[in-house]
Design a protein around this ligand. Structure first.
Ligand code: SAM
Length: 277
């Protein structure tokens, strides 16, 4: 991991994440013992649209039990566990932030899915896997921290088998104008590298991918924030277990900036599906 990547990992490091999640579980009456998938919904997927967005993305991957999937920048593993549980496939997650990997492993044990998922600390730009190891790959809200999209696409192509699919779901630049910070992925502009859908498509094509589809998910994201606001108004604040745990003390500013930039159409979460030729 180089100095830049260490900085990114520091941005995401909470310091006592498993304890904070345990406190959230206790406060919502679900402390101790076995957990179900639903107990963590709303906090273990760190991207816009949560589980709904992941389920929609999964359709494009056409996952089958015999397949192996690599989730690049897996965070605390919510999407990886969903792919494994729903489709029975084998999922490997890789992420720069050691605390997220520790948390992903601990939560997967608690949820009883540790036999189908594994997690490793590593960089998307130097994946710790042999060539042609996986049938499919996913990348959910990760590319915003990676300046070199071409290297990201080339490294993903290297570990995918021929014909393998990549499902990208990143926040992309969809309009001009300044971006407000902090954002959930970066405290300031110097660790944020938003690119347009055309930039992503070009990087994927240069790495030998054929583009199969693209979909702007801005409306889904805005609906999610509207639901979040309504729930908070009803309950008088954030729920005990929510994404604010991962976003830290600046969570309100990060969410406000994100909603403002979405509303002004400067950014949007965009899906791109591509197959390795
Ligand atoms: C916004 S979170 C998304 C996490 C997860 N994909 C999800 O949707 O819940 C971004 C994640 O990307 C990881 N990340 C950023 N740059 C990375 C890189 N170069 N290699 C691997 N992971 C990276 C961060 O550590 C963080 O866990």
């Amino acid at each position: 991991m180089d100095a830049f990547e260490e900085r990114i990992a520091r941005h995401y490091t909470h310091g006592a994440l498993t304890a904070a999640i345990e406190r959230g579980l206790q406060a919502s009456g679900r402390g101790g013992g076995e957990l179900s998938d639903a107990d963590l919904a709303g906090m273990d997927e760190f991207h816009m649209g949560g589980r709904e967005a992941t389920a929609a993305l999964a359709e494009s991957l056409d996952l089958k039990p015999e397949m192996s999937l690599l989730d690049i920048g897996c965070g605390i593993g919510g999407a990886a566990r969903f792919f494994a549980q729903r489709f029975g496939c084998r999922v490997t997650g890789v992420d720069l932030t050691p605390e997220y990997i520790e948390t992903a492993r601990a939560l997967s044990m608690r949820l009883g899915v540790a036999d189908r998922v594994e997690f490793h600390v590593g960089s998307a730009l130097a994946l710790p896997f042999a060539d042609e190891s996986f049938d499919a790959a996913s990348l959910l809200h990760v590319g915003m921290n990676i300046p070199d999209k071409r290297r990201l696409a080339a490294e993903t192509a290297r570990v995918l088998k021929r014909g393998g699919t990549i499902a990208v779901y990143d926040i992309m630049r969809t309009g001009s104008g300044a971006i407000a910070f902090p954002m959930p992925w970066a405290a300031s502009e110097d660790t944020s590298f938003l690119a347009t859908p055309a930039d992503y498509r070009a990087a994927l094509a240069a790495a030998g991918f054929d583009i199969a589809g693209e979909r702007d998910r801005r409306e889904l994201a805005l609906q999610m924030f509207a639901r979040m606001r309504a729930k908070m108004a009803e309950g008088g604040g954030p729920p005990p277990l929510g994404l604010h745990i991962l976003m830290g003390k600046d969570a309100p500013a990060k969410i406000a900036n994100m909603v403002a930039m979405l509303e002004r159409e400067r950014i949007a979460p965009v899906e791109i599906i591509a197959h390795r030729a």
